[in-house]
Design a protein around this ligand. Sequence first.
Ligand SMILES: [Zn+2]
Length: 407
Amino acid sequence: MSAAPDRVPDAPPSAAPAWADLAGQEAAVGQLSRAAAADNPTHAWLFTGPPGSGRSNAARAFAQALQCEQADPADRGCGQCHACLTVKAGTHADVKVMATENVSYKIDEIRELISLAQDRPSSGRWRIFIIEDADRMTERATNVLLKAIEEPPARTVWMLCAPSPADVLVTIRSRCRPVGLRIPSVRSVAELLVTRDGLDPDLALFAARASQSHVGMARRLAADEGARQRRESVVHLPLRIQATSDAVALAKELVEVTQAEAKASAEVRNAEERAALLRALGLGEDEKVPAKLRHHVKRLEDSQTARNKRSVHDTLDRAMIDLTGLFRDVLALQLGTGAELVNEHLRDDLASYAHAAPAERTVARIDAVATARRRLAGNVPALLALEAMATSFLPDRILDRRPGDWA
Ligand SMILES: [Zn+2]
């Protein structure tokens, strides 16, 4: 092996472009860029962090830095070389990203990965497997994977992603080096949107706050007026509800709004990925894809189809997070905590809403949203779960008069 360069262990995080999207994650970037520069990375990693903190982006950036063709380790993740471009576009032959559109991974999917792991890298320096949502593996699938991690083939690197270390079995966890991502601050997310995406600073700040520091969502909110309008209609729903019949209508509207949002969001992202892939393949936007490159496009399309299916569920979940944020704001106003609101732009409306009900009721509404979220994750039909939730949003005068009607 070539001599590892002299790098002090606490060298500053790399400024290579691969890491640029990881807002507010200096510690993780420092850890990963040093590992990539050291040329002999641990063969199994566990990326954890709340949704939107960028755990799978961090894994992809790390994969990019590991495969990057730059000679100087400090430049790894240059964002320019063929390896960087293809990892980013999702077409690098030695970087396989597993995401499941199902509730859990099938054991055969994991087996297939493991047999791939036996091959030597085809062009890259490492054979890298990124498993998004490693928490969605069944115990049986996990045990199959465990064997592979215990006896790693040479030059293989596994990267697992999960919300928290507790979400994967301890046997796996204990064999992985942990990478913890934090919820980035509102400021650092807003800054990223301004510097990277050139978005308006005020809009970026609003979006960072409203998305509760979810980077991808913030970018979408700041860049797309339609997404902002759809979010506004979600957070206004509880404020509008006056009668039991409204609860049914609200549930229906919530499903419709989130379906529209999922569709719009997928279209933008799919188009961007396609454009990035064509660029990586050296093709113009409208150029015909030559037959020998067509399998790259096909692979991207397959993964997009799988993701679209999941995106409706994820968008609805996002709406639940928006509603939780709304009621947390109400609670903050009721308790007079003086905290900055997620929905700062609705402060006046929320203040009068807060004034009209006791804090206990707000807590019950937060619970009702959490219950609906659990039911949706458990595949209860969306309308049913949401109707039950929406009845808890009814005004106090109705809830007080008719207790128990909507248990
Ligand atoms: Zn590179």
